[in-house]
Design a protein around this ligand. Structure first.
Ligand SMILES: NC(=O)c1ccc[n+]([C@@H]2O[C@H](COP(=O)([O-])OP(=O)(O)OC[C@H]3O[C@@H](n4cnc5c(N)ncnc54)[C@H](O)[C@@H]3O)[C@@H](O)[C@H]2O)c1
Length: 354
């Protein structure tokens, strides 16, 4: 029997990759789509003729669904994720988990009170290049890890992503999240401190369009990251690359955070220089298939849990907060989510409910 997916938000990600990911896979079907914009509804109903496409939240939730995928602007993740979870429905929440740490915490609480499985939409974890890189590190190809430098740069049209009230964070939440979620996984630890320069910084209306920061881990290991949006590109572009340095070698990984599921690895170690290009898989299909397995009782891997999404959001908010405080180094306690410097400052934005 097919796994019936309902998507909330019929915009860029849904039209560009999600519908294809469902249509191309055995065992998945798109059952319903909800969007407040009639043009978006019309566009998806042309791409998926069997789905109920509606602008009525009540009609959407009356359709028989196995999972709800929340793919709206970040400030709406909380409302829809909490409703789906309260109805006991499996839920996939797009990254970043929410616009603020406080909202993210409420989503995690709703999940803890629900019996349903839930995941964060970290499609890069399902990318074949990422999986190969993880395996190489586990095999000891470059020895114990020391440092990572990463750039995730993209083009955006100047929409809700650039508005603090709707997005929370800008390039940091949209693109800087990939270096952070990758480094936390590779170093296998929560960070100890962070520091950043972000521009514009501390602006109550606009989100960041450029960020340059460092996140430290125990043993003086660190991630140095850059994220940015540019508005002057006629076609969408993306630079996504990082270098990870170990005691016995290093790797350069390109394209594993891109939406096309591709990428390649260059490895330098005692065996010389090797280029590895795994066959691409569709990371969005893989993500749905994993959640379908979790709906049948398999555990949700911690790397894609909502708790992980919340911790990563707290790290990103702390980078933003560091810049707003003149580049101050922010020390994390044993619980980065509880630290709350990012959440405190964001909750003070006028009109924003903490
Ligand atoms: N994992 C990935 O690869 C990836 C890629 C792109 C975007 N995203 C995430 O997906 C989410 C959506 O991003 P996008 O680029 O598709 O944005 P988008 O602006 O293109 O689409 C958002 C859609 O949500 C709809 N919407 C707005 N208010 C609504 C409401 N109250 N109820 C229902 N629908 C509403 C809009 O009309 C729009 O169609 C964001 O959280 C983003 O960070 C993830």
């Amino acid at each position: 029997m097919s796994y019936r997916i309902g998507i909330i938000g019929a915009g860029f990600i849904t039209q560009t990759v999600l519908i294809t990911a469902i249509n191309d896979a055995d065992g998945l079907s798109l059952a319903a789509v909800l969007d407040s914009d009639r043009r978006a509804i019309e566009a998806v109903s042309r791409l998926s003729t069997n789905a109920v496409c509606t602008d009525s939240e009540e009609e959407f939730f009356s359709v028989q669904l196995d999972v709800v995928h929340v793919a709206t602007p970040n400030n709406l993740h909380e409302h829809y994720a909490c409703r789906a979870l309260s109805l006991g429905m499996a839920t996939l929440v797009e990254k970043p988990l929410a616009d603020t740490v406080a909202a993210g915490r409420r989503i995690v609480t709703a999940h803890q009170q629900s019996v349903a499985p839930a995941m964060i939409g970290y499609m890069s974890k399902h990318n074949s290049t990422h999986r190969r890189m993880e395996a190489l590190i586990a095999e000891g190809a470059i020895g114990p890890l020391r440092a990572m430098t990463a750039r995730c740069l993209g083009w955006r049209e100047g929409n809700w992503r650039n508005k603090r009230r709707e997005a929370g964070l800008g390039s940091l939440g949209d693109l800087g999240i990939y270096p952070v979620l990758t480094a936390v996984q590779l170093f296998g630890a929560e960070p100890t401190s962070c520091q950043a320069v972000v521009w514009p910084s501390g602006d109550p209306e606009q989100t960041d369009i450029f960020a340059d920061g460092t996140v430290w881990f125990s043993g003086e290991r660190y991630l140095h990251l850059q994220s940015s949006f540019t508005f002057h590109e006629p076609t969408p572009v993306m630079v996504s690359e990082y270098t990870i340095v170990g005691s016995d070698g290093f790797m350069h990984v390109s394209g594993s955070w891109a939406m096309d599921g591709g990428g390649y690895i260059e490895l330098w170690n005692r065996n010389g220089h090797t280029v590895i290009k795994p066959a691409p898989v569709n990371p969005y299909t893989e993500q749905y298939l994993l959640l379908a397995a979790c709906s049948r009782g398999a555990p949700v891997p911690p790397a894609v849990s909502l708790e992980r999404g919340l911790s990563d959001l707290a790290i990103l908010c702390a980078l933003d907060d560091s810049s707003a405080n003149g580049g101050a180094r922010i020390e994390f306690g044993s619980d980065p989510v509880g630290l709350g410097s990012g959440s405190r400052r964001q909750s003070q934005i006028p009109g924003q409910v903490a």
